[in-house]
Design a protein around this ligand. Structure first.
Ligand SMILES: CC(C)(COP(=O)(O)OP(=O)(O)OC[C@H]1O[C@@H](n2cnc3c(N)ncnc32)[C@H](O)[C@@H]1OP(=O)(O)O)[C@@H](O)C(=O)NCCC(=O)NCCS
Length: 144
């Protein structure tokens, strides 16, 4: 079985949407044209690293790193990881952890001083397995 992590490409959109549906199921029909445009702009933006985990020509995982520019810390950016999903049939095989390690390494290449993420309750152990630590910071949110 051949497996690799690679940057997402245009042809991956249907597989990525299937994975996004496993993260948060669509409540209504999606506007494919609009989401294709968003996807293209992510692929073209050097401050976004969207990766896929491919095994035997099937996309079974994805994760996104956003490199956020910043004026503190001498202007060093920080990384924000989002949208980590492994297909339900492929979980528990180390794929998620491998993708996190890949993106942490990408963040290093951008000279990021930290990588942050908001994990769902119950996934703490998963993120800890890749070196993340719980913080005592308060997470705040407003739904729009
Ligand atoms: C969370 C998720 C990405 C984990 O991916 P995965 O490929 O199954 O995880 P891995 O096999 O790489 O697990 C790596 C380590 O984390 C542990 N782990 C995995 N899921 C865990 C969980 N939910 N809680 C605690 N530990 C977990 C594994 O036991 C493993 O430990 P080890 O390194 O000591 O062996 C996957 O379950 C998923 O896609 N879930 C649905 C979407 C989701 O919730 N995404 C996260 C949003 S915050």
């Amino acid at each position: 079985m051949e497996s690799k992590i690679r940057p997402a490409e245009k042809r991956d959109l249907p597989s990525l949407l299937d994975l996004m549906n496993q993260l948060s199921p669509y409540s209504s029909q999606i506007d494919y044209t609009k989401i294709s445009e968003t996807f293209s702009s992510i692929l073209e933006d050097k401050f976004y690293r969207l990766i896929v985990y491919e095994t035997d020509d099937k996309i079974v995982g994805t994760a996104l790193l956003l490199v956020q520019k910043n004026l503190s810390h001498g202007g060093r950016p920080y990384g924000h990881i989002e949208n980590v999903v492994v297909d339900s049939s492929y979980r528990g095989k180390g794929i998620g952890k491998e993708m996190l390690e890949y993106l942490i390494n990408e963040a290093r290449k951008y000279n990021c001083y930290k990588v942050i993420l908001n994990g769902r309750k119950g996934t703490e152990g998963f993120y800890e397995s890749a070196g993340f630590k719980r913080t005592d910071e308060t997470e705040m949110r407003i739904d729009l």
